[in-house]
Design a protein around this ligand. Structure first.
Ligand SMILES: Cc1cc2nc3c(=O)[nH]c(=O)nc-3n(C[C@H](O)[C@H](O)[C@H](O)COP(=O)(O)O)c2cc1C
Length: 389
């Protein structure tokens, strides 16, 4: 097996999940990696593990470097199973290892997943442990994106083992940012932030304040490539996301049974175009909510439409709204629309959800009884084109 070195005595020992296309419901069109890192020092230390089915790959990679039974510390930066799933397999071999985790949430989480059978050592923000020539310092990053999250900094090597922060779901045979297409890395970084970290912009900003002060030569996340040549770009991009800045862009998101709501969506799109605003149209039958979420991160305008089905909105639109309620995008403006037959309940329900999402309403809802006429479509287009955008 290929041995991937970050530095002398520091190795990548993770696993590549080439074929995963749904990661707890998030579409991973480029696969994923579960990164773990091995530090050989007086204390042999494994930083994070991998998803359980990949435990064999992890142990094989470690075995290329050292006998895994010699591991002294397993640092668990985050309890979620894509990082901790192989802890039982590692501990089965490394019987004397101590698991280092955050207090109290990391410990509680690991006990809830794996019981009390292991030796745990808890650490708090700012605590350090010595490995011999090197030391590890722990930086608490609560709610990025679970309460237990922390990142681990090695000051002697200027490496930040950042766990989910700065991650990208991107399977590659290469392991460093300067060996792959950075456009892809940035796209996947954005999708990851949008779908996993969007609700936690405030906490991400606080964490960035700390991370930006650290002398850094490498950011080694738990997903995707290791950043060594684009550190400033990645940090700046994260700052941009956490500040919730919007671009002059509109998303028209809808579903439609018999195309009436779709015709309205097209007219709205034309209106935005005439107003000089970039606009993207998403039929929820054809587009995954995790892909739309990536665009929601930076779009100023959200416009959502649904016809009425049995006094409700279409389930696809309901699912999108539910997802948005969790991600809680900030500072958005927009309006709702849809076609109906005898009672426009979907539109009233959508407006209620927009209010709950604190999306600033810039226009009264647009409702059309059954099929919109050419004149009605022209009027919708004109109304949108004339909005003060
Ligand atoms: C199964 C079904 C249930 C419907 N339920 C309602 C309803 O409860 N209230 C209503 O006003 N219209 C209802 N409609 C009518 C649609 O809302 C109407 O046909 C609308 O124009 C469809 O828009 P679309 O072409 O965008 O799908 C229903 C239509 C279908 C097919």
């Amino acid at each position: 097996m290929e041995v991937v070195k970050l530095r002398d005595d520091i190795y990548y020992v993770g696993a590549v999940d080439w074929n995963v296309r749904s990661f707890h419901g998030y579409t991973t069109n480029r696969g994923a990696t579960y990164n773990a890192y091995l530090i050989i020092d007086e204390k042999i230390t494994l930083i994070d593990t991998v998803k359980a089915p990949f435990a064999g790959e992890l142990l094989e990679r470690i075995s290329e470097i050292i006998d895994p039974s010699k591991i002294d510390y397993v640092v668990s930066n985050h309890v979620e199973m894509d990082h901790s799933g192989a802890i039982p397999a590692v501990m089965e071999v490394a019987k004397n290892a101590t698991i280092i985790t955050s207090a109290p949430s990391g410990l509680k989480g690991l006990q809830a997943h794996y019981g009390d059978q292991y030796k745990y050592q808890t650490v708090k923000a700012g605590d350090s442990i010595s490995l011999g020539k090197r030391s590890l310092t722990f930086v608490a990053t609560p709610m990025l994106h679970w309460p237990d999250n922390m990142v681990t900094y090695c000051s002697e090597e200027k490496i930040l083992f950042s766990n989910d922060a700065f991650g990208q779901h991107y399977a590659s045979s290469k392991h460093f940012d300067d060996e792959v297409d950075m456009c892809i890395v940035m796209q996947e970084l954005e999708k990851y932030y949008a779908n996993i970290l969007m609700p936690y912009g405030r906490q991400a900003n606080q964490a960035l304040d700390i991370v930006e002060e650290l002398p850094l030569e490498m950011i080694a996340p738990s997903h995707g490539v290791i950043i060594r040549s684009h550190i400033k770009e990645i940090l700046d991009q994260y700052r941009y996301y956490c500040n919730g800045e919007n671009e002059r862009k509109a998303l028209v998101i809808y579903d439609s049974m018999w195309h009436s709501t779709e015709k309205m969506a097209m007219a709205i799109l034309e209106g935005f175009k005439r107003a000089g605003v970039e606009c993207i149209l998403y039929d929820l039958k054809e587009n995954h909510i995790s892909d739309i979420a990536t665009q929601v991160l930076k779009a100023e305008y959200l416009v959502v439409g649904s016809p009425t089905l049995n006094a409700n909105m279409l389930p696809t639109v309901g699912a999108f709204i539910t997802y948005m309620k969790g991600l809680a995008p900030k500072g958005k403006k927009g309006f709702v629309f849809g076609s109906y037959g005898w009672g426009p309940q979907s539109i009233a329900l959508l407006q209620k959800e927009f209010d709950a999402l604190k999306i600033e309403t810039i226009k009264e809802p647009i409702k059309i009884n059954y099929i919109p006429t050419k004149e009605q479509l022209r009027e919708i287009e004109d109304q949108v084109a004339e909005l003060a955008l």
